[in-house]
Ligand binder design. Structure first.
Ligand SMILES: *[C@@H]1O[C@H](CO)[C@@H](O)[C@H](O)[C@H]1NC(C)=O
Ligand SMILES: *[C@@H]1O[C@H](CO)[C@@H](O)[C@H](O)[C@H]1NC(C)=O
Ligand SMILES: *[C@@H]1O[C@H](CO)[C@@H](O)[C@H](O)[C@H]1NC(C)=O
Length: 178
């Protein structure tokens, strides 16, 4: 049976532990922030200024965007508007692998490396699968660095063809981070 003393000790103890818990949670837990970004990558896939280039593929097959096994290396400027001469926000640097045997899917693994004032030096890590010929694909944001530590989210990528060698991808990024 609880005596009056042990009851008050128990009460004090639990009051104390609640107090400690609420102090420590205030000190360490911050709600995640949500950031939404719209930016554009300038994808140039042929000519002297190509920035999205097949670097390896299955011997004897064409190294193309619809051939299984083709790997592209990409380093594309990311701009504020679709206009290639608009302000540079960063670069999309990484690779694409045609990942379906029938050529219908692409696996993307790349970083958005920011160089604008707001996020200079921070990165977002993008990964996922998309249909090679789809106008819109969605990739996961699987991590980040700098201002985007602990990032998780998603990015839609809509391809807007400009001409035979140049396409603009509109990236809509929604990301939760610390
Ligand atoms: C970004 O950081 C680099 C060095 O870390 C610096 O040279 C550059 O001026 C910075 N850019 C902006 C827009 O702040
Ligand atoms: C494609 O468009 C870019 C500008 O967006 C231009 O610099 C380039 O010359 C064009 N290429 C062709 C083949 O029309
Ligand atoms: C991306 O965002 C723009 C501007 O908010 C919007 O017009 C567009 O439909 C969005 N794209 C996708 C694929 O959701």
């Amino acid at each position: 049976m609880l005596t009056a003393t042990s009851f008050s000790q128990l009460f004090l103890l639990s009051f104390w532990s609640i107090l400690m818990r609420s102090c420590s949670s205030e000190a360490t837990v911050q709600p995640p922030q949500t950031t939404e970004l719209v930016l554009y990558s300038q994808d140039i896939f042929a000519g002297p200024n190509a920035n999205d280039v097949p670097v390896v593929g299955i011997p004897g097959k064409a190294w193309s965007f619809t051939q299984f096994g083709t790997v592209f290396a990409a380093d594309e400027p990311m701009t504020k508007t679709p206009d290639p001469s608009s302000a540079i926000i960063g670069r999309a640097q990484g690779m694409y692998l045609i990942s379906a045997l029938d050529g219908s899917s692409v696996e993307a693994v790349f970083s958005i490396v920011f160089s604008n004032q707001a996020y200079n030096g921070s990165t977002l890590e993008i990964q996922g699968t998309g249909k090679t010929l789809a106008k819109v694909v969605e990739y996961a944001v699987v991590g980040g660095t700098g201002k985007f530590r602990f990032a998780r989210g998603y990015a839609t990528l809509e391809t807007i063809p400009v001409n035979a060698t140049h396409a603009v991808n509109q990236f809509n990024v929604t990301v939760r981070h610390d």
